[in-house]
Design a protein around this ligand. Structure first.
Ligand code: UTP
Length: 300
């Protein structure tokens, strides 16, 4: 967990974490619990994302909540009764761990009354972000990297003074599931984007570079989103807003370094659980033993 003493110089001060989607792919688990609160091993996905923001030097996190927002707010607040009970039972280290979550960072919570799309969720943060560049970290997209994913993008933003989004190569057969970007290579993983489309129909994708859930954007995105009509799925799509931003102010893509897990997808979620469990000395041996057994006995 990021500690308060390991503070790094901020390249951007604020970020938005949208976590107000319906999470339909994880029903019934997400009937009462937001998918961003489902655990990877024993820690909610959202906590990993907030920790990434903190270790990138971000000082203010704007969480966009929908249904079940109480669970999210409680998680990042002081759990006074639970802490007191743990301390009374001599479990001070557990109580300290809970307090550390509440002490992580300043969190502002905003309600997106209806899940009108990712672009609309980002727009909900306008008044708190104000007139400065900011990060967006999707609440179900995890990046395991030496340098936090959002900080990699913030560096590119500061170098070029231009909006930048995370890109990752995906197989041709999966391009219809993502926003897809194409453009000119500028070296060092940076690309000047000249085309970006949300979920292109099979066979029409302009490249195999998919937009992944990390962005550093200027405040110019807000008036664009305010005036935007609904796109794919009847939602206000962030990708459509980015296409307009690309035309007016320019847009960069960055092939981030690190391993990405889509915790909003069932297989991605299971992979994240296995990968993070294998990093844990208390779980690794037991899990490996079970996995070897499964490989031996399961038929393909
Ligand atoms: P997703 O499209 O993965 O989320 O949005 P979803 O709609 O909840 O997923 P399914 O397909 O129904 O399972 C990416 C991120 O944007 C947030 C989601 O919570 C997720 O973190 N989001 C999406 C919002 O905050 N508001 C929205 O209106 C839509």
């Amino acid at each position: 967990m990021a500690s308060k003493t390991s503070k790094v110089e901020p390249l951007i001060r604020k970020c938005v974490i949208p976590a107000a989607g319906l999470g339909t792919r994880f029903l019934p688990a997400t009937k009462a619990v937001p998918k961003e609160m489902l655990p990877i091993v024993d820690t909610p996905t959202l906590q990993y994302i907030v920790e990434e923001a903190v270790s990138a030097g971000i000082e203010d996190v704007v969480l966009i909540n929908g249904r079940g927002k109480g669970a999210i707010e409680d998680h990042f607040d002081i759990g006074f009764e639970l802490e007191t009970t743990l301390r009374a039972r001599g479990k001070d280290s557990e109580a300290d761990k809970l307090r550390a979550i509440a002490d992580l960072v300043r969190v502002v919570s905003i309600r997106q009354k209806e899940p009108k799309g990712l672009g609309h969720a980002v727009l909900c943060a306008k008044s708190v972000i104000g007139d400065e560049p900011f990060g967006v970290l999707l609440g179900d997209d995890m990046i395991d990297a030496e340098e936090p994913g959002i900080r990699q993008l913030a560096r590119v933003y500061r170098q070029y003074n231009q909006a930048v989004i995370a890109l990752m190569e995906v197989p041709e057969s999966e391009t219809h599931m993502y926003g897809i970007a194409a453009g000119t290579d500028l070296g060092d993983g940076v690309m000047r984007i000249d085309r970006i489309v949300e979920k292109p129909k099979k066979g029409t994708a302009p490249s195999n570079l998919a937009v992944i859930g990390r962005y550093v954007l200027p405040p110019d995105i807000f008036p664009i989103l305010e005036n935007q009509t609904p796109g794919v799925g009847g939602e206000i799509q962030l990708t459509d807003g980015l296409a307009t931003l690309q035309q007016s102010k320019g847009l960069l893509g960055y092939r981030f370094k690190g391993q990405r897990y889509d915790a909003g997808d069932k297989v991605g979620y299971l992979k994240a659980n296995i990968a993070y469990a294998l990093k844990r000395p208390d779980l690794r041996a037991g899990l490996l033993e079970y996995m070897r057994e499964v490989v031996k006995t399961e038929k393909p």
